[in-house]
Design a protein around this ligand. Structure first.
Ligand code: PMP
Length: 404
């Protein structure tokens, strides 16, 4: 354990005087950099007027303004915002919206389709939707069943589409819940935007809703503000958290299209969307979210992302023909490489060894088993990246089974 005293930009400063490069954005939340001045200022100012306020019958300006701002930049057609406080909760909200929608329109569909290797959170509902394995084996009896389509391995994309269409034909599928373009915790697995476009087309054909879990992929990580933008689709429901406040405070939002909102809007109170947790729309977190929107508007964030993408691309090249690695991949600012070890998978021995090695080099990099990935804040520079890639190279010398 290392005790952090202070954060700044891409760095964590510990109580032994070391500066640690946060190469995974503190579990993918920090987008611009730690303690972005405008976001911290907005938080301080919000504290002069607000703490938590009930968000039923009462409202406040930070939540209203943030909702308007979000809808202005989200894929066109999303029209309503529901706040919660984490990635898991905003996906739970999405699942409830989907089932509530079909329940309220008198067409009770109840099946949820997910993609193999998905991760959607660690609550019971989101674990149910995620890949089953060591993380949730102990709770198996509590998890509900979902249908799964195979991950679209290159050259086998049609199998995924066919499997989805086959499931949709039953008329029972309420929604496809999917991480667009990059499956994060499942191993930074990447697939092309065209596949997402096709999945949306099939969903529409069968009246199935598409829920985009943009908890990780949102806020520029994949190169565009939302990953769905690259597929040219508007999901029926979009989940966002992490970078929503630039990562500074916990906040989440589930955006939905008018038909879902309308199905819950009624004088018949049995149709109400019954979901209201204590910290919904925390005003200070919403103020941080609003400041984040200002940063996106007023600073060259897109240019920073493009330059970070290029810096990665250049540095990844040398690994492409390196037998110590396979499956070198990049989507926007996210890069991943599989280290060739004798035992792969999340519980591979390589994971803890690599973590310890990176820690010893003052780098916060936490491989997913033998999958080494980088997902830095956008403020990193070439020297920071050289340091990270240099350490990956060294780590491979220590552990890889391949021959140079
Ligand atoms: N969905 C995705 C795609 C995620 O990557 C995560 C977290 N890594 C979650 C949901 C859950 O978010 P949280 O940890 O904030 O509950």
């Amino acid at each position: 354990m290392r005790r952090i005293l202070r954060t700044e930009g891409a760095w964590l400063h510990d109580d032994e005087g070391s500066a640690i490069l946060d190469a995974i954005s503190s579990w993918w939340v920090i987008t611009h950099g730690h303690r972005h001045p405008l976001i911290m200022k907005a938080i301080r100012e919000a504290c002069d007027s607000f703490d938590q306020i009930i968000f039923a019958e009462y409202t406040h300006e930070p939540a209203e303004e943030l909702a308007k701002g979000l809808l202005a930049i989200a894929p066109e057609g999303l029209a309503h915002v529901f706040y919660s406080d984490s990635g898991s909760t905003c996906v739970e909200v999405a699942l409830k919206m989907a089932l509530g929608y079909f329940h309220n329109i008198g067409e009770p569909r109840s099946r949820i389709v997910v993609m193999e290797h998905s991760y959607h959170g660690d609550t019971i509902g989101t674990m149910s939707a995620g890949e089953r394995g060591v993380f949730n084996a102990a709770y198996q009896s509590l998890l509900f069943s979902v249908d799964q389509v195979p991950f679209p391995l290159p050259g086998h994309e049609q199998n995924t589409l066919d499997a989805f269409e086959q499931l949709c034909r039953s008329g029972q599928v309420a929604a496809l819940l999917i991480e667009p373009l990059v499956l994060g915790a499942g191993g930074m697995l990447m697939y092309p935007a065209s596949l997402l476009t096709e999945l949306k087309r099939i969903a529409e054909k069968y009246g199935t809703l598409l829920i985009a879990d943009e908890v990780m992929t949102g806020w520029g990580r994949t190169g565009t503000l939302f990953a769905c933008d690259q597929a040219g689709i508007t999901p029926d429901i979009l989940c966002t958290s992490k970078g929503l406040t630039g990562g500074a405070l916990p906040l989440a939002a589930t955006l939905c299209c008018p038909q879902i909102f309308d199905a819950h809007l009624s004088t018949d109170r049995t149709k109400t969307f019954f979901h209201s947790s204590s910290y919904t729309a925390n005003p200070i977190a919403c103020a941080a979210g609003l400041a984040n929107l200002e940063v996106w508007k007023n600073e060259p964030v897109h240019a920073r992302i493009r330059s970070l993408e290029a810096m990665h691309r250049e540095r990844l090249e040398r690994f492409a023909i390196d037998p110590r690695f396979s499956n070198i991949r990049q989507t926007g600012t996210i890069v991943a490489l599989d280290l060739s070890v004798s035992a792969s998978g999340y519980l591979s021995d390589a994971g803890p060894k690599l973590r310890a090695f990176f820690r010893s080099r003052n780098l916060l990099i936490r491989p997913l088993g033998n999958v080494i990935y980088l997902m830095t804040p956008y403020c990193v520079d070439e020297t920071d990246l050289d340091r990270a890639y240099g350490a990956i190279d060294e780590a491979a010398d220590m552990l890889a089974v391949g021959v140079r």
